[in-house]
Design a protein around this ligand. Structure first.
Ligand code: SAM
Length: 281
């Protein structure tokens, strides 16, 4: 492979995918037609990029490592449908950047750098209206959290916030031997299909996020203990009343609440006067 002499940088989460069967399965999941546009995050040495470049009508790949960018540009120099952007996906205005290369919808493909996967997920969540499908390789533990239902230890903030807006499917388990250098953990490929409408009406999404985060802030504590200190703008009696009116026992733990129950609770707390503290200027 081109770039064999370039040493992987741990700080950039560089574990390059070398297993052809996994690469072709990810490309098949992306399933980009000739008229479709794809954003790839972290193309690395271009292993997945090559597969995507064969399919897509337009491929924009964002890579932070300035050693890899010239290599990628050289590899795809004869393909005018491929653009390599040198940049940090966490700094880039994704909406504005993609608008320069084509109108939505886009698909997203990535073997994400695991050290920044959660902030990248939140950036993608905020611009989900641009996408018809995301196919993301993640550390198995993070993937399990995204796909988890209520009741288990994997279920948490990521599960609730993503399942509000996406159908999340666990597609493929990938073992460490499929990468170079070999990581210490298993990986998983997930697909995300954005819903036309949120799965449930949550009243006010910023407030909903605050309620969910407060509910999981101390996992071993009861919902009541989590919410009473959660800066939700409701006096403690009001929180107790809202829980009772929603039929949610205050002694339950956050991890037992379904998405529907979080929505109900959010609306109950809003009805009790709940507000977010003003943002710092
Ligand atoms: N897609 C390649 C593959 O599958 O072999 C590389 C995947 S590797 C796990 C993650 C890639 O993301 C690396 O190439 C790394 O340099 C790049 N990367 C790390 N942080 C980044 C960031 N903030 N913005 C864009 N790319 C980043």
């Amino acid at each position: 492979m081109r770039g064999d002499g370039i040493r992987a940088r741990k700080a950039l989460g560089q574990n390059f995918l070398t297993d052809r069967s996994v690469l072709s399965r990810i490309a098949a999941l992306v399933n980009a037609g000739t008229g479709e546009r794809v954003l790839e995050i972290g193309p690395g040495k271009g292993a997945l990029t090559s597969y995507l470049a064969e399919q897509a009508g337009r491929l924009v790949a964002v890579e932070l490592d300035d050693r890899l960018v010239p290599l990628l540009r050289g590899s795809f120099a004869d393909n005018p449908r491929v653009t390599i952007i040198e940049g940090d996906i966490l700094d880039l205005d994704i909406r504005e950047t993609l608008a320069r290369y084509g109108t939505p919808p886009w698909k997203v493909a990535a073997n994400l750098p695991y050290n920044i996967s959660t902030p990248v997920l939140f950036r993608l969540l905020d611009v989900r209206d641009l996408f018809t499908r995301l196919v993301l390789m993640l550390q198995k533990e993070v993937g399990d959290r995204l796909a988890a239902g209520p009741g288990g230890k994997e279920y948490g903030v990521l599960s609730v916030l993503f399942q509000l807006h996406f159908d999340v499917t666990r597609e493929l388990l990938v073992r460490p031997g499929s990468f170079h250098p070999v990581p210490k953990v298993d990986s998983v490929v997930l697909s995300f299909v954005p819903l036309a409408q949120p799965r449930v009406d949550v009243g006010d999404e910023d407030y909903f996020r605050r309620v969910v985060k407060a509910s999981f802030a101390m996992r071993r504590k009861t919902l009541w203990n989590c919410l009473k200190g959660g800066a939700l703008g409701v006096p403690t009696d009001g929180i107790r009343d809202a829980l009772a009116r929603c039929g949610i026992d205050e002694g339950r733990r956050g991890e037992t609440l379904s998405l529907q129950e979080f929505a109900l609770l959010t609306k109950g707390l809003l009805a009790a006067g709940g507000t977010l503290p003003p943002r710092a200027p």
